[in-house]
Design a protein around this ligand. Structure first.
Ligand code: FAD
Ligand code: DHB
Length: 389
């Protein structure tokens, strides 16, 4: 087989890149390790920055999001019973969109099907060959047959555990990492949301997040030690912990119910440089991970796609390689700022086991300052709604 760009990974970043390239007349083949149903069952991101919304619209997949997504003009940060509202609209003139990652990928798959894009599922043994030459190719097994695709470029959109990053020789890679000593236990329940806006809660019992998907679907998270197993968390235990973290006024009206999904995600900050190895480019979680506290992971994957799709179109259509030469620097400048924000949000809101009283006082003081300073709220809002690109 032969194509312009082989895209490894059919998650949100691979699908969006494929969609934008196809619409510009650049041919792609997407190779995805799992089945479509498996990709669509991953309950992950819920908050889209305005830049992400714009990119999805540009890709021709904004219609259902405009109808079914929920624009949010603000969110709440709480410290026990203190509730601080961050008014994005007033502070920045912008809003965010609550629309689940599962919906985004559903829309992208539908759009890719409609234009007849090639997405191969359940591929195994993907190997990226000669990435540092002018004639890269990718080999893999599909339906029991070994196959090869020759291409001009390879986009590594295969997430944290993919093969793309590891294709770059280890002695040429530099990795930066912070692993946090806790994870997030998340549940989805068919109950009305605790509040009309998201609540990021600091409390003596640790961090909790009250989020949502729609009027009858709630998403909640609580901080748990990394050693905890999902089986140890009955629904009752979950609701008990959640109610001990949220402000009293919110708990009064909280509706609980059975969970329809429950999982634990570890938290880490991670960046691997360089983002480019010859004709291979890393995108999204393949190159970087943020702790979910700032709602940045998917949004950062989309800004990488923004920079790379422009660059690849210019390279393939006009032979202009200035964009691909500049991709890593442009993307990394934004990545590091989102890393900083996600790390500071995580530090501001979580209880670190074994910490001293000073750490707790720092969190409380940060939240109190946020409640009293418009400057502090504006800084948070500007980062939360997404830095420009
Ligand atoms: P992935 O979604 O990981 O997709 C990679 C794809 O590559 C997968 O489909 C995988 O099967 C495939 N693959 C892997 N290896 C191979 C291989 N060898 N060959 C072929 N295919 C392969 N982000 C936000 O912006 N906002 C939020 O509110 C938010 N909340 C989150 C909450 C949780 C609990 C979690 C876990 C994450 C959250 N994120 C959030 C992060 C967001 O989900 C990720 O950043 C996003 O999924 C990254 O997309 P991606 O396409 O780069 O990678
Ligand atoms: C959701 C997840 C996040 O990490 C976040 O910061 C906000 C919302 C969610 O799943 O709804």
């Amino acid at each position: 087989m032969k194509t312009d760009v082989v895209i490894i990974g059919g998650g949100p970043s691979g699908l969006l890149l494929s969609q934008l390239l196809n619409r510009a007349g650049v041919a792609t083949i997407v190779l995805e390790r799992t089945g479509r149903a498996r990709v669509l069952s991953r309950i992950r991101a819920g908050v889209l920055e305005q830049g992400t919304v714009r990119m999805l619209q540009e890709a021709g997949v904004g219609e259902r999001m405009a109808r079914e997504g929920h624009p949010h003009e603000g969110c709440i940060f709480s410290d026990d019973d203190l509730m601080v509202r961050i008014d994005f609209k007033e502070l920045t003139g912008k809003t965010v969109m609550v629309y689940g990652q599962t919906e985004v990928t559903t829309d992208l798959y539908a759009a890719q099907d409609a234009i007849g894009a090639t997405i191969l599922h359940e591929v195994a043994d993907v190997v990226i060959c000669d990435a540092d030459s002018d004639a890269p190719f990718v080999t893999f097994t599909h339906e029991g047959v070994q196959k090869r695709i020759d291409c001009a470029y390879v986009a590594g959109c295969d997430g944290f555990h993919g093969v793309s990053r590891k294709t770059i020789p280890q002695d040429r890679r530099r990795e930066f990492e912070r692993v946090y000593p806790f994870g997030w236990l998340g549940i989805l329940s068919r109950t009305p949301p605790a509040h009309e806006e998201l609540i990021y809660a600091n409390s003596a019992n640790g961090f909790a997040l009250a989020s949502m998907r729609n009027e009858m679907l709630s998403r909640y998270y609580v901080q748990v030690p990394l050693t905890d197993k999902v089986e140890e968390w009955s629904d009752d235990r979950f609701w008990e912990r959640l109610t001990s973290c949220l402000p009293g006024d919110v708990v009064k009206t909280l509706v609980t119910g059975p969970s329809i999904e429950k999982s634990i995600a570890p938290l880490r900050s991670f960046v691997s440089e360089p983002l480019r190895w010859g004709r291979l480019f890393l995108v999204g979680d393949a190159a970087h991970i943020v702790p979910p506290t700032g709602a940045k992971g998917l949004n950062l994957a989309v800004s990488d796609v923004f920079y790379l799709h422009e660059a690849l179109i210019a390279a393939v259509k006009q032979g202009d390689t200035r964009g691909i030469d500049g991709y890593a620097a442009r993307a990394l400048a934004r990545i590091w700022k989102a890393m900083r924000f996600s790390w500071s949000m995580t530090t501001m809101l979580h209880h670190f086991e074994g910490e001293d009283g000073f750490a707790g006082q720092m969190r409380k003081a940060t939240l109190l300052h946020l409640s009293q300073s418009e400057t502090a709220r504006r800084d948070l809002a500007e980062n939360y709604i997404g830095l420009p690109y």
